[in-house]
Design a protein around this ligand. Structure first.
Ligand code: GAL
Length: 961
């Protein structure tokens, strides 16, 4: 006789969405009905399999002796029970839908609660128990009675529970399974984190209370009027005092209004009142449409300057608190971001309230991804199997019904990377029918059968330009659709490079309606030994390493240089000039707002110091308009030196998201030429005691190696071409272009040998001839160091001549050396942050200073970082270095080899030496960790090069240097 082993848990592997839940409805944060948050401390027991424990824990009177305590909302794997698993698209279990492994971590959660004293009597209505998010499958009991089961992790589920409630001692029992049939639909690139990770609430539902309602609030830009109609399952009245509206539900009313937009998020407060309840409304009037091939809001095309946002907190995972959500929105607004794709699931509903309030365009994406089926050519893909369609429709409905009243939501997205199939078509049809007011997005269908916009991810610049020009061909329907990059510029590690070039394309072709950088934040998990953990750090048998750390924010929400660059590239005001005609060109790049909210100012800088400044009157240009604004005459008494104009646009007054004075845009351009440092070779080399001196320089007389400049000891100065490959250098394995990191290592650029060929002591110069080359190759770099001096300063000219057949770009080209006792670093050049050839827009020329530690960019996986670009001169460790031409500067307390070997920041142990790189050039950064490499113009091709540095000892230790 065979025993039906799994019957008790059949629902786990059932493709249906669940049982016993109420139909989905609109979300609202507050009403005058009573509610009780059930967030907090719950009792918890973890078992290894779905059926390992019987369900007696759900009964009243069960003794939870020995159970742990757990925070709800939360994930048990982040609270000491089991561990997280990270995979990109591979399912971390055998693919055999809808079956899941027997090893199915199952968390039993218990919460005993009393009703608050004022809780209404049962005769006054129903009570609803609501779960905002549980991963991945739950079975729920109240006071021993089973309520039902559900799947759909990032979607709400409700049960009617009034009949079961008691005044005191209610026992709420929730069994949560990590794996379920639903997991096949939730294969997003992120940590697998089971648990009740969003709020649990009990709400009283008054007799004649508000149930579902749909706010339709369109805007007609031709008449500047809004039309409001609130459909409500329970009839009532709608009032909007600010607009003098007081109408029954279901009845349209048209009045003059200010429209809602991400730039000017005008909301009107209102109330929906039914016989039993009053629900506050926040109404934003706007109309979204695709017409004449463009996506328009309120009649105007919009340009998305977006980010993909996963919910993430380094300690709490996807259990985000309101303060963190607000911080995300504020950070976005302050960095000029105007749009969010809620990759790849509907966010906590409160996040959308913030988007309404502060102003962000939102693509709300359904909780759906089946990417792992790509491994078998999409065979058995649930979205093309009718048995799964009810589950897909359930997900679509739960998203649309919950979020339909948010003006910020301008597009619905069916999900991400789920291939194509009938189920997706069914979702699109349902959504189009239920809410014709919003276009539908989905990237995975190249034919755009079900979508109203053409979306792609990671297309390179050339292809995006072809699409912009309408030369991309493809199916007829697609050719008529507006285009957006729902993902681009993979922000993994150092990068992304090439943002400015994408933005130029978006601004040049109207069909290109912008993009969404992948992604907002690194999903590093705070770890006591590793700093931040990534895939593999919890011993997962299958994982995708640090591919989970690919955000514009570090896990602790500090902006990475990528975000600082993005902010600059997407500035809403263009400020350009060439310093020749006394004017600056100002362009309004907003879609909606004029420039009246901004105050402009100018400053005139000489050698990086501001010598004069003042306000700059700029007309309140309308969107798209430009003006040439006259700059003042530079001050007569300005000191001689290299001069720049800096023009800034700042908020004229406080806003909800930043204080007055916050700079939203700036432009800097030269007002004079720079004079390169000049050293007349007058000093003569002198030898004695095994050393050779030339001006302030001391050398090893045998090898010609520099050993000191003045009092500053210098170690191992030599040519350097190696950088610790960035995630973008390493590239993703599936990229078709050759990936630099592996090529560089293949050739041996990380183990170059330096052969000394000659030390020539001339009349006025020391010349050291070398050949720098890797073992096993005939490739090499003939490298000549020529030292001269005027007695005070020491000039090094490096000549590099590639020999052999070089087919790969160099990582970097410059010199490196070790210094001691460096604390502060001062420089005149690009700053304050890191910049590389294709990530340099945010670097402003100025005088900057930092500590060596402060110059390190804390990428979760250590890699090349921290270069300061366009450096004219730098002072550190008792030395001053001037460049001819400008150079890139890095300084760190470990070698490049140590940086390369480190897997986490905690592997980097400072030594006694500060290693300084002065680079003539760097290879671009690009975005090849998932996307195109650096554009050809940012390749560092091996070719003959000559560059110089002038060293001088600092007179005495200048304060702080
Ligand atoms: C995309 C995917 C994202 C993420 C990204 C790479 O293909 O939609 O979820 O995996 O690649 O980080």
């Amino acid at each position: 006789m065979s025993v039906p082993l799994r019957t008790a848990v059949d629902y786990v592997e059932d493709v249906s969405p669940g049982s016993g839940t109420l139909p989905p409805r609109a979300w609202y944060a507050s009403s005058d009905a009573t509610s009780l948050s059930l967030n907090g401390d719950w009792l918890f027991r973890l078992s290894p399999a779905a059926g390992a424990e019987d369900d007696s824990f759900a009964r009243e009177g069960f003794d939870p002796d020995g159970w742990a305590r757990i925070a709800v909302p939360g994930h048990w794997v982040l609270q000491g029970h089991g561990s997280p698993v990270y995979t990109n698209h591979r399912y971390p279990f055998p693919v055999d839908p809808p079956r899941v492994p027997t090893e199915n971590p199952t968390g039993d959660h218990l919460r005993v609660f009393d009703l608050p004293p004022h809780w209404p009597d049962r005769s006054d209505g129903e009570a609803v128990l609501r779960f905002e998010g549980v991963e991945s499958c739950a079975r729920v009991w109240l006071n021993g009675t089973e309520l039902g089961t559900f799947k759909g992790s990032r979607l709400p589920h409700e049960f009617a529970v009034g009949r079961l409630l008691k005044t005191v001692g209610n026992v709420l029992a929730v069994r949560v399974h990590q794996w379920s049939a639903g997991s096949y639909l939730e294969d997003q690139d992120q940590w697998w984190l089971p648990g009740i990770f969003r709020d649990v609430t009990l709400s009283h539902r008054p007799v004649d209370g508000v149930r579902d309602f749909f706010v339709h609030a369109g805007y007609d830009h031709r008449t500047d009027t809004g039309t409001l109609r609130v459909d409500s399952a329970v009839p009532g009245r709608v009032t909007v005092p600010g607009l003098g509206i007081d109408v029954p539900t279901g009845e349209p009313v048209t009045v003059p209004v200010e429209p809602w937009s991400a730039e000017v998020p005008r909301l009107y407060e209102g109330v929906l009142a039914t016989g039993g309840e009053r629900v506050p409304l926040r109404i934003g009037f706007r109309t979204v449409e695709v017409s004449d091939g463009l996506l328009r809001v309120n009649g105007r095309p919009v340009l998305f300057k977006g980010v993909n946002r996963h919910e993430w907190h380094p300690e709490r995972g996807r259990a985000l608190d309101p303060a963190t959500m607000r911080e995300d929105v504020l950070l976005m607004k302050r960095h000029n971001v105007n749009a969010v794709r809620t990759s790849h699931y509907p966010p906590h509903p409160a996040f959308l309230d913030l988007c309404d309030e502060y102003g962000l365009w939102v693509i709300d994406e359904c909780d759906l991804e089946t990417h792992g089926f790509t491994e078998a050519g999409w065979r058995d893909n649930p979205v093309d199997d009718d048995r799964w369609t009810p589950a897909l429709l359930d997900r679509a409905a739960r998203m649309v019904e919950r979020d339909k009243n948010h003006p910020s939501v301008v597009l619905w997205s069916l999900g991400n990377e789920a291939g194509t199939g009938r189920g997706l078509t069914a979702m699109a049809e349902w959504i189009h029918g239920r809410d014709p007011s919003r276009p539908v997005h989905y990237e995975g269908d190249p034919d755009c059968r079900d979508t109203d916009v053409y979306a792609r991810m990671y297309a390179g610049h050339a292809e995006v330009e072809r699409i912009g020009r309408g030369l991309d061909g493809g199916p007829r329907r697609r050719r008529r659709l507006p285009f957006l990059l729902c993902e681009y510029a993979h922000a993994m590690g150092n990068g992304p490079g090439g943002l400015a070039e994408y933005q130029r394309l978006f601004e040049s072709y109207e069909r290109l309606q912008g993009g969404f950088v992948w992604e907002w934040i690194d999903h590093g998990i705070a770890h006591p030994e590793l700093g931040y953990a990534y895939g593999g750090d919890f011993g997962e048998e299958l994982h995708d390493g640090n591919f989970v750390c690919d955000g514009l924010l570090f896990p602790d929400r500090r902006p990475s240089p990528g975000l600082v660059e993005y902010r600059k590239v997407i500035e809403p005001v263009g400020i350009t000039g060439d310093g020749t005609d006394g004017t600056v060109r100002v362009t309004n790049r907003y879609d909606v707002a004029d420039l009246s909210a901004l105050a402009f100012s100018w400053s005139y800088q000489v050698d990086g110091e501001t010598v004069a400044s003042g306000p700059l009157p700029v007309p309140p240009l309308a969107p798209g308009e430009s003006a040439d604004v006259t700059l003042p005459v530079p001050p007569h008494d300005a000191p001689a030196g290299e001069a720049h104009w800096l023009v800034r646009a700042a908020l004229a007054a406080d806003t909800a998201w930043a204080d007055g004075g916050h700079v939203v845009a700036w432009g800097q351009f030269p007002a004079s030429e720079r004079t390169a440092p000049h050293v007349t070779a007058t000093a003569r080399p002198r030898t004695g005691d095994g050393v050779l001196t030339l001006g302030p320089g001391t050398f090893d007389a045998r090898t010609g190696a520099l050993v000191a400049v003045g009092d500053a000891a210098v170690d191992g100065l030599r040519l350097d071409v190696w950088r610790a490959p960035t995630d973008n250098d390493e590239g993703a394995a599936w990229q078709s272009d050759p990936r630099c990191g592996p090529l560089w290592r293949g050739i041996g650029l990380h183990r170059m040998r330096h052969r000394l060929d000659a030390v020539e002591i001339g009349e006025d110069a020391l010349t050291v001839r070398t050949r720098v080359a890797p073992a096993g190759r005939e490739l090499g770099l003939s490298t000549v160091y020529r030292w001269t001096s005027d007695g005070d300063r020491l000039r090094l000219t490096v000549c590099v001549l590639p020999e052999g057949d070089w087919t790969v770009p160099l990582p970097r080209l410059g010199i490196r050396f070790g210094l001691h006792t460096v604390d502060r670093v001062r420089w005149f050049g690009g700053g304050p942050g890191e910049a590389y050839p294709d990530t340099r827009m945010a670097a402003a020329v100025g005088r900057w200073q930092s500590t060596v530690d402060g110059m390190q960019t804390p990428y979760v996986r250590p890699q090349e970082n921290g270069a300061r670009i366009d450096v004219r001169w730098a002072e550190l460790g008792g030395l001053r270095v001037e460049g001819d031409p400008l150079f890139l500067l890095t300084a760190r307390r470990w070698t490049t080899e140590q940086l390369d070997a480190a897997a986490h920041r905690t592997d980097l142990v400072p030594g006694d030496t500060v290693w300084v790189n002065l680079d003539h050039a760097h290879h671009g950064i690009g975005s090849q960790s998932c996307g195109p490499g650096p554009l050809p113009r940012h390749h560092l091709r091996p070719r003959p090069a000559e560059f110089s540095f002038v060293f001088s000892p600092l007179p005495s230790r200048s304060p702080g240097v």
